[in-house]
Write a protein that binds this ligand. Structure first.
Ligand code: NAD
Length: 299
């Protein structure tokens, strides 16, 4: 039976690991949280006493951790010293491109095959096995990586060599953050000009302003019933997560010299929203900040 070591059973990792178990694989998992480990047990996952122990005898090691530092430390201290050399190493966390390239280089120098494979889709897609994976890896390793990710995926796309999965993720989310703000600004301006929001939606969704943030995830409550704006901006993709991704994009832009003036403005606006106390709300609540309806904490 294929043996999967899964490290990081948080909001995303718990559902992803459960889908590996549902696919008939033996999943041995570790998380620093004892609660996360005991919940995983109910999903048919075997808890390990450490990350190193989980990696022993694994055919593949999948990590889903908060940030680059966690991934670098875990690879150095637990994954590379304990996993068998023929294990596939796949990091699905959203981290900076440099960290992704560093761990892939260290892994490859020790004879491992490694991939960065961040995801698009939130906790519902993680539980439902419908995530989109953007993969950075050697071309010859991709078929096996694709097969490893399949129980968790709706789509799996190879972006290029190491680090390009992370590059795709942060460029996509920078575009999403900017387009959400642009859509919100347009609704706020329409309101102040006396234009009904539903009428503006009916027109712009069929005109050149149409975009995903408007027609699939409308920040104004009403026009798109499934959007978080209709549930007081609960669930969905947290503003704090959007800010994390915008910071990664700006750090990457600074390091590479790419001009991203709108990405910088988006980071500043989401920073204001998160500092104001709305980091846990869906990121489309930025509309309400632009309309001036939020009581922002200014301390
Ligand atoms: P989370 O904070 O809920 O989970 C992270 C888990 O990692 C926690 O349970 C924590 O205890 C564990 N952890 C940290 N260090 C560890 C270590 N050394 N060993 C073992 N476990 C350790 O975060 P999340 O929402 O699951 O997100 C995980 C990653 O996925 C992040 O990089 C995030 O940016 C990305 N992501 C999240 C979403 C989302 O909607 N939540 C969507 C797409 C991508």
């Amino acid at each position: 039976m294929t043996r999967v070591a899964f490290i990081g059973l948080g909001n995303m990792g718990s559902g992803m690991a459960a889908n590996q178990a549902k696919a008939g694989r033996e999943v041995v998992a570790f998380d620093l949280s004892a609660d996360a480990l005991s919940r995983a047990k109910e999903q048919g996952i075997n808890p390990a006493s450490s990350a190193g122990e989980a990696c022993k005898d694994a055919d593949m090691v999948i990590t889903m951790l908060p940030a680059g530092q966690h991934v670098r430390d875990l690879y150095m201290e637990a994954v590379l010293p304990n996993a068998p050399k023929d294990a596939l190493l796949i990091d699905c966390s959203t981290i900076d491109v440099d960290s992704a390239r560093t761990v892939a280089r260290d892994a490859s120098m020790q004879g491992f095959r490694a991939a960065d494979a961040p995801v698009s889709g939130g906790t519902a897609a993680a539980s439902g096995g419908t995530l989109t994976f953007m993969v950075g890896c050697r071309e010859q390793d991709f078929p096996e990586i694709e097969a490893a990710l399949k129980p968790m995926a709706k789509a799996i796309i190879r972006a290029g060599d190491s680090g390009t999965g992370q590059a795709a993720k942060i460029c996509n989310n920078m575009l999403l953050g900017i387009s959400m703000i642009a859509t919100s600004e347009a609704f706020a301006l329409a309101e102040s000009l006396g234009l009904d929001a539903q009428k503006f939606f009916d027109i712009s969704s069929q005109a050149s302003g149409q975009n995903w943030s408007m027609t699939s995830y409308c920040p104004w409550p009403g026009p798109v019933p499934a959007a978080p704006s209709n549930r007081d901006y609960e669930g969905g993709f947290a503003a704090a997560m959007m800010l994390k991704d915008l910071k990664l994009a700006q750090d990457a832009a600074d390091a590479s010299g790419a001009p991203t003036p709108l990405g910088g403005a988006a980071e500043a606006l989401y920073g204001e929203l998160v500092r104001g106390g709305y980091g846990g709300k869906d990121f489309s609540i930025i509309l309400q900040m632009l309309r001036g309806t939020l009581a922002l904490n200014r301390e």
